[in-house]
Write a protein that binds this ligand. Structure first.
Ligand SMILES: NC(=O)c1ccc[n+]([C@@H]2O[C@H](COP(=O)([O-])OP(=O)(O)OC[C@H]3O[C@@H](n4cnc5c(N)ncnc54)[C@H](OP(=O)(O)O)[C@@H]3O)[C@@H](O)[C@H]2O)c1
Length: 393
């Protein structure tokens, strides 16, 4: 365990998506670790009120709001609070590129986080990546940006943080298999008939994690686990055959790593994102005061594991197949899913139609050009338009 560095060695942190579930968790962690880290930049999409409160508490040099919120009283921000704030989509890249920023916590939801991840990696920064969609839609581009700029990605997702901690620097050739755990979401035990009538309110009732709306629906469809399988493929350079998923309703075991000698390591802890966020900041060091309750194995018992009901949750298989197919397919999977989830939350399509929208978008667009950022963004746009158009028919 390392002692806190002197204040002059504090590392500057940009929190992109600071008003969301991961963003607010990250600020709780950063507040506790103020001797090590200084909040240099904050961004939100449209929540001016909370961003204003965060700005007052952390006094970052850069404050950005992506969406239309103009900074006037209509979005709840106090008059004048946003003087000097930056606006527009480009403020994510501006925040991620600053010279006073060493670590970018990318806690934006969806494909909107891509350019900021690329910009930070190109400039040699650490990206503490919650925004898994970035890696799913453009894993090769992200790897190229790391190689060019010398940046690094440290995952915030609890499953990938667990794998990183279990691997503990061992070379990938020693890993035979990783097993990602999935809570199974709110519909783990629902029949296909009952699932057909699942509402957004049902999907948003996650049994073990408090998260943003999009990822909570992704957990209900298991699209989230497909995104995580693709994320693991790119993060750890593992072939898809070496990545498996098991349902673990208690969310205590965050993932397993099986080594070539048959030894299996797992990382455990109560379901809280504070530890993976902290570890993404301090990796490979461990520091005290994580904010995480002490582990009690008796209280956590029993720990159970079940196979995934793949037929009831087709988004998982569709996503893994898209990952295996490569090219534009993962970007199309991600974009179609984002669009379909937004439409489900708006009451415009049913729960079952999320997976069918993804399937049809993949049939139409998985072979789109994907050689560079612009082609991937074009595939992303085409998939979204396809899903919107199909729902309008
Ligand atoms: N929540 C978890 O426990 C968890 C765990 C693992 C991974 N993740 C991943 O972490 C990411 C964030 O998830 P979350 O649950 O924290 O989501 P969330 O609560 O919905 O927060 C999203 C954040 O991104 C901002 N945002 C939304 N749309 C944006 C856009 N187009 N451009 C820029 N900023 C935008 C939001 O600002 P406003 O508040 O102003 O709308 C908010 O600050 C996702 O990729 C998710 O998969 C989350």
């Amino acid at each position: 365990m390392s002692d806190g560095p002197p204040a002059s060695r504090q590392r500057g942190v940009a929190v992109l998506g600071s008003t969301g579930s991961i963003g607010t968790t990250a600020l709780r962690v950063l507040e506790r670790q103020a001797s090590r880290f200084r909040v240099a930049a904050l961004t939100s999409y449209s929540n001016g009120t909370l961003l204003g409160e965060q700005a007052a508490a952390f006094k970052p040099a850069f404050i950005g709001m992506v969406g239309n919120g103009s900074g006037d009283a209509q979005d709840g921000a106090p008059d004048g609070a946003q003087r000097g704030w930056h606006h527009g989509a480009e403020c994510l890249v501006e925040a991620a590129s600053r010279s006073d920023v060493d670590i970018v916590i990318n806690a934006v939801v969806g494909a909107a986080g891509l350019d900021a991840t690329l910009a930070a990696l190109e400039r040699g920064k650490r990206v503490a990546l919650a925004n898994k969609e970035t890696l799913v839609m453009a894993g090769d581009l992200v790897a190229q940006a790391c190689a060019r700029g010398g940046g690094e990605i440290v995952p915030v997702d609890s499953e990938h943080s667990a794998i990183l901690q279990c691997m503990a620097g061992r070379p990938g050739v020693e890993v035979r298999r990783v097993i990602l755990t999935a809570s199974g979401g709110p519909f783990r035990e629902w029949s296909a008939e009952r699932l057909a009538n699942a509402t957004a309110a049902d999907a948003l009732r996650h049994p073990t994690w408090q998260m943003g709306r999009k990822i909570t629906v992704d957990s209900a469809t298991l699209a989230n686990k497909a995104l995580e399988v693709i994320e693991a493929h790119f993060l750890f350079g593992l072939p898809y055959d070496a990545i498996e998923v098991v349902v673990h309703p208690q969310s205590i075991v965050h993932s397993f790593v099986e080594f070539v000698d048959g030894s299996v390591l797992a990382q455990l802890g109560v379901p809280s994102m504070e530890l993976p966020v902290l570890y993404a900041l301090t990796h490979p060091d461990r520091v005290a005061d994580s904010g995480v309750p002490r582990f009690d194995p008796v209280a956590a018992s029993p720990l159970t594991f079940e196979p995934v009901r793949t037929e009831q949750f087709p988004a998982l298989g569709l996503g893994i197949a898209a990952g295996r197919r490569g090219g534009a397919a993962p970007a199309v999977f991600n974009a179609a899913n984002e669009e379909a989830v937004a439409m489900f939350l708006a009451g415009r399509i049913t729960f079952a139609q999320i997976a069918s929208a993804i399937e049809h978008a993949l049939e139409a667009h998985a072979d789109a050009a994907s050689g560079n950022r612009d082609e991937l963004l074009a595939a992303d746009r085409a998939a979204r338009e396809f899903v919107r158009g199909a729902a309008a028919c």
